[in-house]
Design a binder for this molecule. Structure first.
Ligand code: NAD
Ligand code: SER
Length: 309
């Protein structure tokens, strides 16, 4: 599949700020259009775009002759629990506007990341397959599950090439995380590198699946470029690299910073973490588009530290 004009929504966020240079390197700068509701860049390609504004979404896709979209604009889990109405508007209405405008303008690809947030307390905890009990208890999870279904609906009804993958917690150092439950992992690494101790908002044994940003970027590209004929799933691929508890991350960091200490004071985010699985089965992504993560806990920590230093 060739992509001529790529729109990235939510481009100023944790993923977008790395996906834009990544795609620009591969496809050429003039083919990638970063957009966001907040503008904190001097990039001349930047489009100021609120995805909840249907008319602006349609105008942008038409004006820039967009043929593929990485739709990253969203409100994450912890922020979404603080402002459920905003999470609903951005995550559901925003996606709806993107899908509608994409059908109208014959966009060739709409790729929307989903999340481990779609699972809930009734989901089995380990090696969770794609199809399982998914009764999320956060507004984030509910909206992301709906986003998966909307993508499948637009594919079945209008032939739109909607795709998506359920990211675990993403670890990265270039841009701050946007208000998720897995943000503790990034915060902990940063504090260790700064020589400070860390107060963790999750319990020490809260095991969650994680992935390092280079593997996340690679998986977005692989799914975008996957042969349609190979896909049995569309919007709900599980992907994961490793699972870790806050205590295990603390111990990994202590190999580099011997006096580093973490205290555990769970807050409202503990309930969110408790509702998510500890590990995922990513075999469908492996079979259908050759998903292959390269980083484990040790190499992620090592690489994060070397860059943060
Ligand atoms: P982020 O919070 O860092 O960035 C989201 C961006 O969306 C922000 O720059 C924000 O300004 C923008 N945005 C918010 N409202 C908007 C609106 N109305 N119009 C346009 N832009 C708007 O999020 P992220 O971590 O980059 O996540 C991107 C996607 O990946 C989301 O769909 C998220 O659910 C998914 N995801 C992320 C993670 C993770 O750990 N980062 C894990 C699983 C899934
Ligand atoms: N990292 C994300 C969050 O915690 C998972 O979707 O919200």
């Amino acid at each position: 599949m060739t992509f001529e004009k790529i729109l990235v929504t939510g481009a100023g966020g944790q993923i977008g700020s790395e996906l834009v240079p990544f795609l620009s390197e591969i496809f050429g700068k003039d083919r990638v259009f970063p957009s966001d509701v907040r503008s904190n860049t001097t990039d001349p390609r930047f489009i100021n775009l609120d995805v909840t504004d249907k008319t602006s979404v349609e105008l942008a896709i038409d004006k820039y002759k967009i043929d593929s979209i990485f739709h990253l604009a969203a409100i994450l889990s912890a922020k979404g629990e603080k402002n459920p109405e905003l999470a609903y508007k951005v995550n559901v209405s925003g996606l709806y506007n993107i899908l509608e405008a994409s059908v109208k303008n014959k966009v060739k690809l709409v790729l929307t990341p989903s999340s481990i947030g779609i699972f809930g307390p009734d989901t089995p905890k380990e090696n969770v397959p794609i199809e399982t009990i998914a009764r999320p208890v956060t507004m984030y999870g509910i909206t992301k599950l709906m986003a998966e279904h909307l993508g499948n609906y637009y594919h079945a009804r209008f032939g739109l090439n909607a795709r998506g993958l359920r990211f675990p917690g993403l670890i990265s150092y270039k841009s701050p995380p946007g208000g998720g439950t897995t943000d503790y992992s990034i915060e902990m690494i940063i504090e260790a590198v700064k020589g400070r101790n860390y107060k963790c908002f999750l319990k020490e044994d809260s095991k969650l699946p994680m992935m390092y940003m280079p593997d996340a970027l690679d998986s977005l590209l692989k799914l975008a470029e996957a042969e349609d004929s190979r896909l049995k799933h569309r919007t709900d691929f599980n992907v994961t690299s490793f699972s870790v508890t806050p205590k295990e991350l603390e111990l990994e960091l202590r190999k580099y910073y011997r006096s580093f200490e973490v205290t555990y004071q769970p807050d409202f985010r503990q309930r969110i973490a408790d509702s998510w699985p500890g590990s995922l089965d990513a075999s469908a992504a492996v079979q259908e588009w050759d998903f292959h993560p390269n980083y484990d806990l040790r190499s992620t920590t090592e690489d994060m530290i070397s860059h943060l230093k």
